[in-house]
Design a protein. Structure first.
Length: 133
């Protein structure tokens, strides 16, 4: 049985993958029947021969879940149709920092609003006194 799967390349903690067609009994880094493209999950860079991948699937090759996702989200030119909403969640430290920045911004807006109201209140009695005289 043929599989369409990812072949891991790259350094430790810096993976890069090739999309390959290979016999299911062969090890992951074994010699592929055909290389269909590459995928870098860190930079979301991808190049895939979609027509060839679909041809292999029609011949009976079984893609893995990840490869199914990549084929489904592949543009006609072979690049990944990456959506910004699919970004990785922020770490707890980054979430706390973002929340602190939003809170500081909110407080600054409230202070500016209060200052504007105070300046407006000071102008109003002066205008009333001018109209009475």
């Amino acid at each position: 049985m043929l599989k369409i799967r990812l072949k891991r390349l790259g350094a430790k903690k810096a993976p890069s993958y090739r999309v390959i067609v290979i016999n299911s009994t062969t090890k992951r880094e074994g010699k592929p029947i055909e290389e269909l493209g590459y995928y870098n999950p860190k930079t979301k860079d991808m190049k895939l021969n979609k027509s060839s991948a679909e041809a292999w699937i029609s011949k009976g090759a079984q893609p893995t879940d990840t490869v199914k996702y990549l084929i489904a989200n592949c543009n006609d030119d072979g690049s990944l149709n990456y959506k910004k909403s699919e970004t990785v969640k922020l770490s707890k430290k980054a979430q706390a920092k973002k929340a602190a920045e939003e809170e500081a911004k909110k407080q600054a807006e409230e202070a500016a609003k209060a200052e504007a109201e105070a300046a407006k209140a000071e102008e109003t009695p002066a205008e009333d006194a001018a109209t009475e005289a």
